[in-house]
Design a protein around this ligand. Sequence first.
Ligand SMILES: Cc1cc2nc3c(=O)[nH]c(=O)nc-3n(C[C@H](O)[C@H](O)[C@H](O)COP(=O)(O)O)c2cc1C
Length: 386
Amino acid sequence: MQAVKICKDIYWVGAIDWSMRSFHGYQTGRGSTYNAYLILDEKITLIDTVKDSFADELLARISSVIDPARIDYIISSHVEPDHSGSIPRIAQLCPNAKIITSLPNGLKGLKARYGELPYEGVKAGDELCIGHRRLQFVPTPMLHWPDSMVTYCPEEKILFSNDAFGQHFASSKRFDDENDLPTVLWEAKKYYANILMLYGRQAQTALKAVNGLDIAMIATGHGLIWRSHVAEILSAYQKWSSCEVNDRAVVVFDSMWHSTETIAKTITEAFTQKGIPVSFYDIKENHMSDIVTKILDSKYLAVGSPTINNQMMPTIAAFLCYLKGLAPRNHKAFAFGSYGWGGQSIGQVEEELKAAGCEIILDKIRIPNVPTSEQLKEITAAVQSL
Ligand SMILES: Cc1cc2nc3c(=O)[nH]c(=O)nc-3n(C[C@H](O)[C@H](O)[C@H](O)COP(=O)(O)O)c2cc1C
């Protein structure tokens, strides 16, 4: 396990989690990395650690450059264990190391998890001189925990951004320009949609703070390091966090006997004929973390469920619960579905869409049993009139 030099005297010493496919429910089809960075200066500094099960990998990479016992500072950007999990192990091996964390929440969180260790709290505007370089701390509360902060090194123009701008993307190459850019941007968007969508306002505040910095490289906490496409990722975050939507539609449904599926196909075709690109998701075949990634910047959302035991399908209920938690903004939505007798599911879907913050733009489409060709024509006309 070797460290990877990212510039003179700064190394990536993180871990690659090739096999992880689920991160608390977020489907991570490309695995992930836990990025940690080692700065060799008068004071040797480690920025973040890795999940505890990857501590050996972190230590091996650090040891390929220096004896870990020589580390003077460990910067903890975020208490979540995928970044802080190896702090106790490293702290044991580096008896002189101080653990730098944000005040008050980083300190509180680390103490709660790992007990008393040699912590030192920092706040907005604090700077740590490590020799030829300075490290400046910028709190980014709720991006995505209260303790989150980023660290800027002005001498190298590197922003150590932790979870901001990251992607769950395992690769043997460390930089954006060494990987397929559309794939990297999709994974960055998926990360934003699933982890940060809820915190758009906080992301805007953080962007204001980092926009004033001269950034040549964004050393993320997950996935690839941005060095050739810094402007693209900053501008993408600007768009996503300001909740800009495009003339696109997303149709999501479940169906037991294909009637709701037929309605979903009719809606999809109607959007297509209207010239609006549409993504079609049978919830049984698609993961909701991919679906919300598409929803993030799509103007229209149609959600369908047949009625089962007086309810919507549990798959759709779970999807709507997840969507509501992410608090999407600026979406125009409607509900549809087939039913046998009571037909409660369609109204329930509509209520959940409202609760998620969507504007309802079409009366709910409730079709008993199998839709007739006349009903399908009416649905087509209704969607085309939007
Ligand atoms: C197990 C089961 C439970 C159902 N429960 C209800 C119900 O409580 N209320 C209702 O209106 N229809 C109920 N239905 C009827 C379905 O909603 C109806 O067949 C509908 O057309 C199915 O749409 P789909 O083809 O999209 O699956 C139930 C059907 C099944 C198979």
